[in-house]
Design a protein around this ligand. Structure first.
Ligand SMILES: O=C(O)C(=O)C[C@]1(C(=O)O)C=C[C@@H](O)C=C1
Length: 360
């Protein structure tokens, strides 16, 4: 026999009371953790990405359902976000304006309890983190359809900031209309250049005659519809909600698995979490076989590379630096040996950071 609604709700009320008490108990413990950190360190580090990654991975591994592992981890993401805010209110800069995918990535990574600060350009995000005006920054680094975000790679060449985390976000783009849009009179579509590129085939097939106008961000494209009648915009859900726009057609990205990867940048080194990645900037004297010489030590030690990118060095024409992502932490003995071999061969290595692989 099934229980009555009232009885079931009584049980839910009792569990909610327990959950609430447990969450407050957890928050008290986080508060005590903060006191220990303050006592033991003149410059205490409150945010611990390696610990957060371990907590979230464990939650996913031991989850038995019916709540799915991803959703459970997202709930705990918010719990830790609130606990961290009790230790230290955090300010995180992102490539703005409000409503960008980068803001969505910042919230996915840190939870809703952080204060997110929109900035106008990638190098501004770097500068504000360097200056200590914010604790961390979030910048896009690569898209699965359109490739690298070169501004971000180039910013690392002149910065000592450390990568302390990564976020992956599935990107869905929608064709949007504003409150005054006359849908039969549309002559222009606004969006960020990368978004227009990610929706090129759809636009060619469905709106070939409409001019595509690249603007500084998808959120800016959405904002413009406030007072225009002959334009539409392409943007994601966050911008759509922020500017209260109508979806004309959802999910118009050419590839259904369209994903963007973002990096968290900060001033601190991150200890090993057990499931880490390391990002390196490597340069060597231009010669035949340079690239294969750079890669051989990784192969010899069995270290998996997850990304390899070259960029002009900006020192001399046709000389390049290499951005290499590999599995493992710079404190691992094998990776240390690889880096020592590369340096002994006369190459210059800059470790951009070792950080936990994305868990969410
Ligand atoms: O373990 C810590 O160092 C904490 O500060 C606690 C806690 C948590 O709530 O679990 C909060 C913030 C840190 O980023 C990591 C974990």
């Amino acid at each position: 026999m099934t229980e009555s609604l009232d009885k079931l709700r009584d049980q839910i009320d009792a569990l909610d009371q327990q959950l609430q008490d447990l969450l407050n108990h957890r928050a008290e413990l986080a508060h005590q953790v903060a006191e220990v950190k303050r006592r033991e360190d003149a410059e205490p580090v409150f945010y611990r990405p390696e610990r957060e990654a371990q907590v979230l991975s464990r939650i996913k591994e031991r989850n038995k359902g019916p709540i799915d592992a991803e959703s459970m981890a997202r709930l705990f993401r918010e719990v830790m976000s609130v606990c961290l805010a009790l230790e230290q209110p955090m300010r995180v800069a992102f490539l703005g304006p409000e409503g960008t995918f980068t803001q969505q990535a910042a919230i996915k990574h840190f939870g809703h309890a952080v204060e997110s600060v929109p900035l106008g350009a990638i190098d501004e995000v770097f500068r504000e983190v360097e200056a200590g005006a914010v604790h961390f920054g979030v910048v896009p680094v690569e898209n699965s359809t359109e490739g690298m975000v070169n501004h971000t790679l180039d910013s690392f060449m002149n910065s000592d900031l450390k990568i302390c985390g990564e976020v992956e976000l599935r990107i869905h783009h929608h064709l949007l209309a504003g409150p005054h849009t006359r849908r039969d009179k549309v002559t222009r579509i606004y969006s960020h250049q990368q978004t227009l590129a990610q929706c090129r085939q759809w636009l060619d097939a469905h709106m070939p005659a409409v001019e595509r106008v690249a603007v500084s961000s998808n959120a800016e494209a959405a904002r413009r519809l406030k007072d225009e009648w002959n334009a539409m915009a392409i943007a994601g859900d966050m911008a759509r909600e922020l500017y209260d726009l109508e979806p004309v057609q959802r999910n118009i990205e050419d590839r259904p698995d369209n994903t963007t990867r973002f990096l968290i940048i900060g001033r601190q080194d991150t200890p090993p979490s057990g499931r880490d990645k390391t990002s390196l900037l490597i340069s060597g004297k231009n010669r035949p076989g340079l690239l294969s010489d750079l890669l051989r030590p990784f192969r010899d030690k069995g270290i998996n590379l997850t990304r390899l990118e070259s960029r002009p060095s900006r020192i001399a024409n046709w000389s390049y630096v290499f951005f290499v992502d590999c599995e493992g932490h710079k404190a691992d003995a094998t990776l240390t040996e690889v880096l020592e071999t590369l340096e002994a061969d006369g190459n210059t290595i800059k470790v951009l950071g070792s950080y936990p692989k994305a868990v969410l």
